[in-house]
Design a protein. Structure first.
Length: 217
């Protein structure tokens, strides 16, 4: 790991990629915002299945690459379309601690690590494609430095890109002392995500609150 990120190009099992794609197809995706990000679907970690296996895989990979103690407790998919939105240089929210694991499942797009929010301040840029895993340093309460790398994802130039991401939400039990550092707005947003449930396509409208409150970056 260097500069708060690592890229694993050929290690993620194809069978697990396929199982995640199949799982994603069961979910209802919702666009967060007309101008930013892909369509989002929360996945399930509380039952056996591909998301749980992938989260465990990412936890082991993170430990092997210098991101110790990453135990994901929130998993989701995002689907981006050509001609649709990407996400300009940003850091993930402070309520995501330790590490963020991203796996491209289908399609490809330009991913970049930036030195700041400036679009021209590019540290590294490449095309991410199926099976590639990107690990990003999550937030930690160090008053002197914020370890989260700025990063950017562009929309695919053709077709769709589907990704899976695993994160550690500080608002989920057991209580984390780090959560005390969050602003009220951050804590509320994080708690809403903890309280949300995945929405399955066949169960739309009947599965309780969805994560349709756009996590702002
Ligand atoms: O789609 C990706 O690879 C990046 C997603 C991202 O940066 C985010 O959701 O904040």
């Amino acid at each position: 790991m260097q500069n708060g990120y690592a890229v694993l190009r050929a290690e993620f099992p194809q069978t697990l990629t396929d199982a995640l794609v199949a799982d994603a197809q069961r979910h209802e995706f919702r666009l967060w915002s007309p101008g930013k990000g892909g369509a989002f679907a929360l996945a399930a970690l509380d039952e056996p299945g591909a998301p749980r296996e992938a989260a465990a895989w990412l936890s082991r990979a993170a430990a092997d690459h210098g991101f110790a103690g990453f135990t994901p407790n929130e998993v989701s998919y995002q689907r981006y379309t050509a001609g649709g939105n990407g996400i300009p240089p940003h850091r993930d929210q402070r309520y995501y601690a330790a590490c963020i694991g991203i796996i491209t499942l289908r399609g490809s797009a330009t991913f970049a690590v930036h030195g700041s929010r400036d679009r021209d301040d590019v540290v590294d840029e490449w095309t991410t494609g199926p099976g590639e895993v990107i690990l990003l340093r999550g937030w930690s309460p160090d008053p002197d430095s914020d370890p989260r790398p700025y990063h950017r994802i562009d929309p695919p130039t053709s077709g769709e890109r589907l990704m899976f991401q695993a994160r550690r939400n500080l608002a989920a039990p057991p209580p984390s002392p780090w959560a005390e550092h969050l602003t009220q707005e951050e804590a509320q947003q994080a708690s809403r995500l903890v309280g949300a449930t995945p929405v399955l396509r066949s169960a739309t409208g009947g599965s309780g609150p969805a994560a349709d409150d756009p996590p702002r970056r």
